[in-house]
Design a protein around this ligand. Structure first.
Ligand code: SF4
Length: 1001
């Protein structure tokens, strides 16, 4: 029902007016404000209790501007939100500095250090949890302040003039209020628990409450505005503008009291009009109409009110209210997307997506991004800055800083190196051309050597790769070492037990500059906001600049602040706008269509997290927000939304994650009971039918233009034997899966170290044998002891660097050291058979010549690195090849059964026999081949054959192998079809599985 704007009286009382919160609300309000201007012949000051409808009110004022206004009131009335009005208080420059969230958290931190009694609360908390608890403490203290400060308004007024405050008296009053609240709320609870908790909270309150707190500043600003009005009234009453207070949402009782008192006092100096919302003709449920009683309980409707509700429902029923139920989450998001699309197609330009279910709204948003720039999406639900790519990149640097002094894990390292904000060329001070492919090369090296963590490990892996490249015709890359050194230097800068806040900030900024991230972040919308959020940490001028904390505490604080920050998207012109917003933000706003997603009984209504320290009863006592008040507010918001907009889609997921049926919100069910023909539409995704061809075993014929490698390593040949299709994918097409680092330490770099140390050891043995006085010549036992001792020491030395990089490698060393005595026993036994160590780690190969189908002669090189060659003492023509395996004997025996499919030893034997000089074996023939386990099962020690396994019937195996490899390579060069076939044991770890689709055929 429309109520005209009241006639302004001269009584020094606030005048009341109500508007109906329907689609005409803003027009009605605008007309009222103009009426006030005309009556008073002054330009009114309009304060909205919440900022949401601000733009709408200004637009409505413009649209409803009366004609022929006198010039003194022709300007648009000033409309401002309460928060902005407080900020604009004329004396705000003399208020104490506003504390940032960070400063308030730091104040909790500092007080914790000072007061033992408080520490018990934080004992069990992790760093991140502790900052969360600090936030809860601050919120609780603010609630206490809200309850207490209004009683101290006159003291605050004095404070404004004198800048002093009797803090003790103030605290006493607070203690009294809190004691009363606790007594009332915690009746029945153990006094001890309650007392301890309240005492700690009170102590916090006492220490934390500061004149820079938002609550205190708010009251100071209100007092200041009042003084201005008073001063103006005393000077010239004609200059005081009418004050229109628009209560856009139900206030908390404490705020209601505060504003009531304030408007009353303000009315002594100016015309005051208070505008409230009248739910009489808008409420669709009794609770929305009746609200709360004086005790804070929901009022029960009488029969007149019930019939009013019934008539409201019938009067406002729109044909275009749709109820849509989707069974699954993905279907829900699709249904929301389709609903929005249908509104766009119908020409609607201003659409709201109410994110009652935030996840589904996010998903719908992602689906809508297909529409591109034609649709502008404004997310008002608070898109977290931490979810942006810029924050993820920044976080990857924090992970490097956080790493232990040995260095980060390889995954953390690549997370950082591959972030798009890291500027490699400026970090290395090299041209961008030099840096091309550098990170990929580093990744290859670290994956191949399985270097999983630690600067020293990374350096070792690069050095090994570089020296291998140098000795095999490749080019070592010094920039890789420079890169690791650069990052290590920055990381070392953070290795201090305690750091103070301001120098940590300086160091962080320096890091961002040196890595080139600062500049790249500056050029990115989210990056810019991130840098701004970081600015808060510049405490150099404040009282917290010298606060010292441990690195994890500081990093966690940094993360918490970024987690709290919101990302604001830049607006752009588009054909239509979609606003994603919470239900509360739809208040007094106009939309062409509204899609409300998440209208199930679990999410509508939705209640804010209860405060950590206060029960609902205590909240009621402190006149703070209660569950009942939130319930009423949402019933009103939903009524207003349905009544104000014709096109409303209400969507929900009708099955929960666990498969249980989910009903729509009780509010919707109650409407359905009244509106019998309002049916639920099942939102089903559109389905398309088609017939697929069954997939058959993958076969590929190499294209004529596909280059076939002219060198084949033993492992590549094994791949060809295992599965030709796999060889096709990995070696011919060169497809490679981005490898992940496994969590557990793999001994690969350790394996290389083992090989290297065995070579060093046997070379040392050779040298020692030359010394005539060495203990080595004093019998078998002395020789054995020397070998054991020396190999032990040698192992310690070689592993030292590896352990410095990754302490977990110590376990591998100890395992190996347990093997040493038995390994030496095997070596001595071998020596007793006449075999002597000759050489190790030798790259050798042989060449196969074949003619391809085009008649072209092809030389294929089959080459690899042999672990070790032995020669026989008494037979000057005999030699043997040995391959060390970091495997148990059982695996080695299994492998030997398929030697033709894994003919590594046969390749080395043939290579040595065909190139005896290169293999340093002139005049000798390799006629024996052995695998030697470096991981023997020592508990089976009685059995002598625990460590070595010899290739059986070597001459025959060599002949078969030679025929086979020729045939295989001829087929390869003939580009014959390459079929996917392999036993499951091979397929299990095959990277080409996704290409060959094994399992689908
Ligand atoms: S998954 Fe098996 S069949 Fe398929 S390519 Fe790999 S090894 Fe061959």
């Amino acid at each position: 029902m429309h109520r005209p704007f009241p006639t302004i009286s001269m009584q020094k009382q606030p005048q009341a007016w109500v508007i109906t919160p329907n689609s005409q609300a803003l027009t009605e309000l605008a007309k009222g404000i103009w009426a006030c201007a005309k009556q008073t012949q002054k330009r009114p000051l309009v304060i909205l209790s919440t900022a949401g409808p601000l733009i709408g009110v200004r637009a409505a004022l413009e649209q409803n501007r009366p004609k022929d206004l006198p010039s003194n009131i022709a300007f648009l009335p000033q409309v401002i939100s309460f928060a902005d009005w407080l900020e604009a208080a004329p004396g705000s420059w003399k208020f104490p500095k506003k504390q940032t969230d960070l400063e308030r958290w730091l104040s909790v931190f500092v007080n914790l250090r000072k007061h033992k009694v408080l520490q018990s609360w934080f004992k069990a908390e992790s760093e991140a949890g502790a900052w969360g608890l600090a936030q809860a403490v601050i919120d609780a203290c603010d609630s206490l302040s809200e309850a207490v400060v209004p009683q101290l308004q006159s003291e605050l007024n004095n404070l404004l003039q004198t800048h002093t405050l009797d803090a003790e008296a103030w605290l006493k009053k607070v203690e009294l209020v809190l004691d009363q609240a606790i007594a009332k709320a915690y009746v029945g609870l153990s006094r001890n628990v309650v007392d301890e908790e309240s005492a700690v909270l009170l102590t916090f309150w006492r220490y934390l409450t500061n004149i820079g707190d938002p609550v205190i500043r708010k009251h100071l600003a209100m007092a200041d505005q009042m003084q201005l009005a008073k001063a103006n009234a005393e000077k010239d009453p004609a200059t005081v503008r009418p004050f229109i207070w628009v209560q856009t949402a139900d206030p908390k009782p404490i705020d209601q009291e505060l504003i009531d008192g304030y408007l009353h006092d303000y009315a002594q100096f100016a015309t005051v009009v208070r505008v409230d919302l009248d739910w009489q003709s808008v409420a669709l449920w009794p609770e929305a109409l009746c609200g709360l009683d004086l005790e804070g309980h929901i009022q029960v409707a009488n029969s007149a009110e019930d019939s009013q509700i019934e008539s409201n429902i019938q009067a406002h029923r729109h044909e275009d209210w749709r109820l849509l139920a989707a069974r699954r989450f993905e279907e829900l998001a699709w249904a929301a997307t389709k609903a929005i699309e249908s509104h766009l197609i119908a020409g609607k330009k201003n659409i709201a997506l109410v994110a009652q279910d935030r996840l589904a709204a996010r998903r719908a948003r992602a689906l809508l991004s297909r529409l591109g720039d034609a649709l502008r999406i404004r997310d008002e639900t608070g898109w977290k800055l931490s979810t942006t790519r810029a924050a993820a990149a920044f976080n990857s640097w924090l992970e490097i800083i956080r790493a232990p002094k040995e260095g980060p894990s390889a995954s953390a390292l690549f997370e950082f190196l591959q972030n798009p904000y890291f500027d490699l060329s400026s970090s290395l001070k090299q041209s961008p051309e030099v840096c091309v492919g550098l990170i990929a090369q580093l990744e290859d090296i670290l994956i191949a050597s399985q270097a999983k963590s630690g600067w020293e490990t990374f350096t070792m892996a690069i050095e090994r790769a570089n020296s291998y490249a140098a000795s095999n015709g490749g080019s070592p890359n010094a920039h890789l070492i420079d890169l690791i050194k650069f990052l290590r230097r920055l990381h070392t800068g953070w290795q201090q037990s305690m750091l103070d806040c301001s120098s940590a900030y300086v160091l962080l900024q320096k890091n961002l500059q040196e890595t080139g991230m600062a500049q790249r972040l500056e050029n990115d919308a989210a990056g810019k906001q991130l840098l701004k959020a970081l600015k808060e940490f510049d405490l150099s001028g404040g009282i917290y600049k010298d606060v010292k904390m441990r690195l994890p505490e500081w990093l966690s604080l940094l993360k918490t602040v970024i987690e709290e920050a919101s990302y604001e998207e830049a607006g752009k012109e588009a054909l239509a706008t979609l606003s994603i917003l919470p239900l509360s933000s739809t208040r007094l706003r106009q939309f062409d269509a509204i899609v409300l997603v998440g209208c199930d009984e679990q999410q509508l209504p939705a209640f804010s997290e209860p405060p950590l320290f206060f029960s609902d009863t205590l909240n009621r006592y402190l006149k703070s927000s209660t569950i009942a008040a939130q319930y009423i507010q949402q019933a009103r918001d939903l009524s207003q939304l349905l009544v104000s907009c014709k096109n409303v889609d209400l969507l929900w997921q009708s099955k929960s994650k666990s498969g249980e049926p989910l009903r729509p919100s009780a509010w919707i069910q109650r409407l359905q009971a009244q509106l019998k023909d309002w049916r639920v539409i099942d939102a089903k995704p559109e389905s398309y039918e088609g017939k697929s061809q069954p997939i058959t075993m993958s076969v590929s014929t190499p294209d004529q233009n596909l280059a076939i490698p002219i060198t084949v390593s033993p492992s590549a040949y094994k791949a060809l034997r295992d599965c030709p299709y796999r060889y096709y994918v990995s070696s011919l097409l060169g497809l490679r899966k981005a490898k992940e680092f496994e969590e557990d330490f793999d001994a690969s770099l350790a394996g290389q170290t083992l090989h290297a140390l065995l070579k060093t050891f046997f070379q040392a043995l050779k040298t020692e044998e030359e010394k005539s006085h060495s203990s080595i010549h004093q019998g078998d036992e002395a020789r054995r002891q020397w070998m054991i001792n020396h190999l032990m020491k040698c192992s310690e030395k070689e592993f030292e660097r590896l352990i410095a990089g990754d302490a977990r490698v110590l376990g591998t060393l100890r395992d190996w050291q347990k093997q040493i005595p038995s390994f030496i026993d095997w070596q001595i036994e071998r020596e007793n058979q006449g075999w002597r160590y000759h050489d190790a780690e030798l790259t050798i190969g042989f060449t196969l010549s074949l003619t391809d189908p085009d008649g072209v002669q092809r030389d294929i090189r089959i080459a690899g690195r042999a672990d070790r060659f032995d020669i026989h003492e008494s037979d000057s023509t005999a030699a043997a090849v040995i391959d060390y395996k970091n495997q148990k004997m059982k695996k080695i025996v299994d492998r030997s059964e398929n030697i033709l499919d894994d003919p590594q030893l046969l390749i080395y034997a043939r290579a040595a026999n065909e190139n005896a000089i290169t293999a340093h074996l002139p005049g000798r023939t390799v006629g024996e081949a052995q695998w030697v386990s470096l991981k023997a099962e020592l508990d089976k020690g009685e059995d002598k054959n625990i460590r070595a396994h010899t290739v059986e019937d070597m001459p025959n195996a060599m002949t078969q192998f030679s025929e086979q490899i020729e045939k295989d390579l001829n087929s390869l060069w003939a580009r014959k079809p390459m079929q996917a076939f392999a036993p499951d044991s091979v397929c299990q770890y095959c990277e080409a599985r996704g290409v060959c689709r094994k399992g689908m055929w």
